[in-house]
Design a protein around this ligand. Structure first.
Ligand code: BLA
Length: 233
């Protein structure tokens, strides 16, 4: 389902000097024979970023996932890239979340980094519904212009592919001009906020139960703390 998106993401990473690095140990690939599912993850070494991870879960008709988070280098205050795409095939249900995750909710910071995403948000009203967040706080590490859609096949094959393309283009444009002269955040602050992002996300991430049901508690705990949000080790 999300293979063309993964391909698109990988192309962008390669075009920006990214090199794929194997994810450590059994995080690279884990299978569940009972649930007939496979989860694979990759790390990328990318100029301007201190960590870029990508995860793809293939559980057939029951669930398809593409998830990615990019942490900019500590001299770069630009938002964290957040991608979470889920497709529940049996129910034909899409959950798509694409955001430039702001380190702070400050007006000047948002003005510096969100012109592109704001336009994109306006252009794709069907992906920009005012969905309610159940586990996260929309005012913490989410932007006012995130693309967040709980939809179906129409959105998944309709506007999402083009919106994903533009979303990535827009993030790369931000990256290409960063760190810019009007950046105001110090490296220590950026670091602290990125660490806090991991702690917050690890606490709230609704995926842990799902991972546990497929791959067991031990692996899921380690995956959450050591791979997805490593500042929480
Ligand atoms: C929701 N994300 C979800 C849900 C699952 C996952 C199972 C609940 C589905 C639902 O609300 O119907 C799945 N999350 C995952 C998986 C991974 C993960 C498989 O971290 C890891 C491989 N989530 C992110 C990122 C963003 C994000 C980077 O991991 C930011 C763009 C957002 N996911 C996000 C949001 C929701 C969600 C906003 C809705 C949660 C809510 O209602 O509060």
């Amino acid at each position: 389902m999300f293979d063309p998106f993964l391909e698109q993401l990988n192309q962008g990473l390669l075009a920006h000097g990214g090199e794929q690095v194997a994810a450590p140990g059994d995080f690279a690939e884990k299978r569940s024979s009972e649930r007939n599912s496979l989860i694979r993850s990759w790390l990328w070494s990318v100029p301007g970023f201190r960590r870029w991870r990508v995860t793809r879960l293939d559980a057939g008709d029951s669930l398809q996932v593409l998830n990615s988070v990019a942490y900019p280098a500590l001299d770069n205050e630009q938002p964290i890239l957040g991608i979470d795409l889920l497709w529940f095939g049996a129910r034909q249900k899409l959950v798509a979340v694409l955001d430039f995750q702001p380190l702070i909710q400050d007006e000047a910071y948002l003005a510096r980094h969100f012109q592109g995403l704001r336009q994109l948000h306006a252009r794709y009203p069907d992906l920009s519904g005012e969905e309610t967040m159940r586990s996260f706080d929309p005012n913490k590490y989410f932007s006012p212009w995130l693309l967040f859609c709980r939809g179906g096949a129409e959105e998944a094959s309709g506007s999402l592919p083009a919106a994903f393309d533009l979303f990535m283009q827009c993030y790369w444009e931000l990256t290409d001009k960063a760190p810019s002269g009007d950046q105001t955040m110090a490296a220590e602050r950026i670091q602290q906020l990125q660490i806090d992002y991991d702690r917050y996300s690890a606490e709230r991430d609704p995926a842990h139960g799902l991972f546990t049901s497929h791959f067991g508690k031990d692996w899921s705990d380690r995956f959450l703390h050591q791979f997805l949000f490593p500042a929480t080790v």
